[in-house]
Design a protein around this ligand. Structure first.
Ligand SMILES: [Zn+2]
Length: 65
């Protein structure tokens, strides 16, 4: 199923969905893209990308496949 960013309408990658679930709300059914999420978190897309890598490789988080 295709997800779009709640705010800007951009198509989301599965990693962006997973990150949103991990950081914001596990049961979410609507998501923000990495750019909008970074804005909300006063972070940067680069930093969030690093987090995705971290969750996937270090934590082996089940949300990141
Ligand atoms: Zn967006």
């Amino acid at each position: 199923m295709e997800h779009k960013c709640l705010r800007c309408g951009m198509n989301l990658k599965s990693d962006e969905v997973a990150l949103y679930r991990k950081l914001i709300w596990r049961e979410a059914s609507e998501y923000l893209c990495i750019e909008c999420l970074a804005e909300d978190l006063s972070s940067t897309p680069e930093r969030l990308n690093e987090l995705i890598v971290y969750f996937r490789t270090k934590q082996k988080c089940c949300l990141f496949v």
